[in-house]
Write a protein that binds this ligand. Structure first.
Ligand code: ZN
Length: 159
């Protein structure tokens, strides 16, 4: 098949099993590092506001992605609440194995910010999950937090 030919059926593409071993170091940067430390130490979220166009970033950024201005030097706490912007129900693991209990992954639009977080939804059955559902973060116990996004166990429905 020539490179420019279009596949008519997904099954024609096939797949190949393999492994790509990778070692890497991810540098969070000053703003994201502060975000993770605040989650680890206080169980709270912080945001940054653009000094020019007032766009609010959660997680915080040091520069505005819209107008390239600096954001406020001091980050502000925001509620650990948001709404489900979109979601999907996962019935298989990353290894393509069936899950007896499906999990829900959602993009959560955070309150008082233009940003959002991608995370799991818990304490709700998939058929009762909906776009626009108010949710709040559930954190790991403080002793188990490591300063990363997984210090949030999941988001659960809130009122
Ligand atoms: Zn801006």
């Amino acid at each position: 098949m020539a490179l420019i030919e279009r596949l008519q059926k997904n099954i024609d593409a096939g797949n190949r099993r393999g492994e790509i071993p990778m070692n890497y170091v991810y540098t969070a940067g000053r703003a994201l590092d502060e975000f993770f430390k605040t989650i680890r130490d206080k169980g709270e979220f912080i945001r940054a506001k653009c000094t020019n166009c007032n766009l609010v970033y959660l997680p915080p950024r040091i520069y505005c992605e819209r107008c390239f201005s600096k954001t406020e030097e001091k980050y502000v706490n925001v509620p650990n609440k948001g709404i489900i912007h979109t979601f999907t129900v996962c019935h298989e693991t990353y290894q393509e194995e069936h899950k007896d209990t499906p999990s829900i992954v959602a993009l959560i639009k955070m309150e008082n910010s233009s940003g959002g977080l991608l995370h799991w939804i818990g304490e709700v059955e998939p058929e009762k999950c909906y776009i626009g559902m108010p949710v709040q973060a559930v954190f790991k116990p403080k002793k188990d937090r490591e300063g990363g996004i997984l210090d949030i166990k999941y988001f659960k429905p809130s009122t």
